[in-house]
Write a protein that binds this ligand. Structure first.
Ligand SMILES: Cc1cc2nc3c(=O)[nH]c(=O)nc-3n(C[C@H](O)[C@H](O)[C@H](O)COP(=O)(O)OP(=O)(O)OC[C@H]3O[C@@H](n4cnc5c(N)ncnc54)[C@H](O)[C@@H]3O)c2cc1C
Ligand SMILES: NC(=O)c1ccc[n+]([C@@H]2O[C@H](COP(=O)([O-])OP(=O)(O)OC[C@H]3O[C@@H](n4cnc5c(N)ncnc54)[C@H](OP(=O)(O)O)[C@@H]3O)[C@@H](O)[C@H]2O)c1
Length: 248
């Protein structure tokens, strides 16, 4: 049974298109970078709870979440209306296997995200542990518009920190922006544009792919990697090349 504690909202940053960042203080147990927790609120007498990934590194006491107010979404709409000083409920325990210590040995780690699912990668990269074993880390991030790149300054700082080891490739699906790819992740893998842009081959021999976010993107990408690259899902007893986290 999860242990629920009170979280105090210390900051809420509103971005465009219903995106927002929530910063909370709460007495949680330590978590592993890449994991999620549950946030809850009483709405019309009912406790509504949903999963949200930590954006902050485990050592940071500002618990940060990156959300989108889903149209007609029960909890995300209520969270969107919060102000600093308000309280929420949060589980002390984190959960999830979208963590580095579940990834089998490999040379190159590909981190693929859409929308708010950049969070777990920021947590992992800010934490900075267990990354020595990878030769290269390629962070692929797809959003609709360039104005949705709310964490770009933090991503660029991380790129600077990791130097040549971390490569970031932004994909914008709805507008053409110089320096960024345009389109959708599976299409850009299938037509070779993504590998050309990062100058690296994505294959089962030396790569592991983490994929997080939009479930349709995950299904399509996983199917493509399976059919065209012979990559299969990683599991405890059957090591593979793909680790996924579906957001809905
Ligand atoms: C492991 C995990 C981690 C997650 N981490 C995050 C996170 O860091 N940030 C975040 O914003 N969300 C995250 N989610 C999604 C989150 O748990 C909720 O599903 C989301 O906030 C919608 O909840 P709601 O109560 O507002 O909508 P609901 O009233 O539950 O339902 C709305 C409907 O919208 C769809 N939907 C749900 N989420 C989305 C979405 N993001 N975009 C489009 N459609 C959606 C679903 O089909 C759902 O049936 C995560 C989910 C999981 C399982
Ligand atoms: N961000 C906004 O501007 C906005 C505005 C109003 C409402 N919303 C709603 O908020 C929710 C989340 O929006 P979001 O923009 O954060 O996340 P999203 O819809 O998951 O989109 C993020 C990125 O994922 C891509 N994508 C979506 N489906 C895909 C698939 N099947 N395969 C590959 N790539 C795929 C999108 O490309 P495509 O652009 O090609 O889909 C986009 O580049 C949605 O319900 C949306 O309707 C978003």
């Amino acid at each position: 049974m999860a242990t629920w504690v009170t979280g105090n909202v210390v900051q809420i940053k509103h971005w465009r298109d219903g995106l927002f960042s929530l910063i909370v203080h709460a007495p949680i147990y330590p978590f592993t970078a890449g994991q999620f927790t549950k946030i809850g609120m009483n709405i019309n007498g009912n406790k509504i709870q949903r999963a949200y990934s930590y954006v902050n590194a485990p050592q940071n006491s500002n618990l940060e979440f990156y959300l989108i107010a889903v149209p007609n979404g029960k909890l995300s709409q209520a969270l969107h209306k919060l102000q600093s000083g308000n309280q929420i409920m949060i589980t002390k325990e984190a959960a999830g296997l979208f963590v580095l210590n579940k990834i089998p040995p490999c040379q190159n780690l590909w981190m693929i995200a859409t929308g708010t699912a950049i969070g777990p990668y920021l947590s992992i990269l800010e934490h900075g542990k267990e990354l020595e074993r990878f030769k290269r880390i390629i962070l692929i991030y797809a959003v609709r518009f360039v104005h949705n790149l709310n964490y770009l300054p933090q991503m660029l700082k991380l790129q600077h920190r990791y130097n040549d080891k971390l490569q970031i490739q932004i994909i914008i699906s709805q507008e053409k922006v110089p320096g960024y790819l345009m389109g959708r992740i599976p299409t850009l893998i299938a037509n070779g544009s993504l590998e050309l842009a990062v100058d690296l081959n994505l294959n089962a021999k030396n790569s592991h792919v983490m994929i997080c976010g939009n479930p349709n993107m995950i299904v399509d990408t996983q199917q493509l990697l399976n059919n065209s690259r012979g990559m299969r899902k990683n599991s405890k007893y059957n090591p593979g090349h793909i680790t996924i986290e579906n957001y809905w």
